[in-house]
Design a protein around this ligand. Structure first.
Ligand SMILES: O=C(O)CCCC[C@@H]1SC[C@@H]2NC(=O)N[C@@H]21
Length: 243
């Protein structure tokens, strides 16, 4: 079920607040806002949210049998990648890349953002997708579906239905087939092994190397200049060619 409101501060904050008040929300429930006045991005940044894009959050009630919760971030990334890829012309498919862990890039520019927040055994997954506008983000190139394909149907209502369907599919695959299948599907949509990247770690350090694939837990394996391989579990990744 998709509940749409005209404006709210942040759909993620709303769902976290409702869960905190003891409300239980079912898997498949989405709260979508046509615009947000206090959209939240990763790392405490703001997510500028004018009308015309997608801003929506959904619920995953974790089950004992589920794979590790943090890998849901890649489930969300794949769902957005599918939705964006489907809406662009076939010849543009190669330009749509997942960047670890869940950024979706078109021609190297960020087109979407995903923010996972946990409340007990519930994961709130918030997704913003630039349909008509590409708000500026410091030090990042941004784009929108309309910028990439002027013939695209920018109807946010249909785009939202498509996103919910892709997420539901990806969630079912994650539950049924586990992380082995998830990582293989993610890797097929992501920057190839050998891509030059740099990682901005939470302590401020920046480390460069080449992407050496995913670790068994979904971490990013980074091959350093001296040949050693480090596994990174948190950090902002830049593709060197991104600039
Ligand atoms: O910084 C990022 O890349 C993550 C951005 C996540 C934005 C979405 S929009 C819907 C949901 N509500 C929020 O306040 N943030 C997320």
């Amino acid at each position: 079920m998709i509940e749409t409101v005209t404006v709210t501060g942040s759909t993620n904050a709303d769902l976290i607040g409702r869960l905190g008040s003891g409300e239980s929300l079912a898997d498949g429930y989405w709260l979508r806002a046509r615009r947000q006045s206090g959209g939240k991005g990763r790392g405490g940044r703001a997510w500028v949210s004018p009308e015309g894009n997608i801003y929506a959050s959904t619920i995953v009630n974790l089950r004992d049998t589920d794979p590790a919760a943090h890998t849901l971030s890649m489930v969300a990334g794949l769902a957005v990648w599918r939705m964006v890829t489907d809406r662009l012309k076939v010849q543009n498919r190669a330009k749509v890349l997942l960047k670890w862990p869940n950024d979706v890039l078109v021609s190297g520019a960020k087109i979407a953002g995903i923010l996972l927040e946990r409340h007990g055994s519930v994961i709130v997954t918030g997704i913003g997708i630039n349909l008509s506008h590409a708000p500026d983000i410091a030090d990042r190139k941004t784009t929108s579906l309309a910028d990439e394909n002027s013939e695209m149907d920018a109807n946010p209502d249909q785009a939202m239905l498509d996103l919910a369907a892709c997420f539901s599919d990806e969630l079912a695959i994650w539950r049924d087939e586990g992380t082995r299948s998830l990582f293989a599907r993610w890797q097929a949509a992501a920057h190839p092994v050998g891509t030059q990247i740099s990682v901005h770690e939470s302590d401020g350090a920046i480390v460069a190397g080449t992407f050496a694939g995913l670790a068994d837990d979904g971490g990013l394996r980074l091959c350093l200049a001296n040949g050693a391989v480090r596994t990174i579990h948190a950090g902002d990744v830049s593709l060197i060619a991104e600039g």
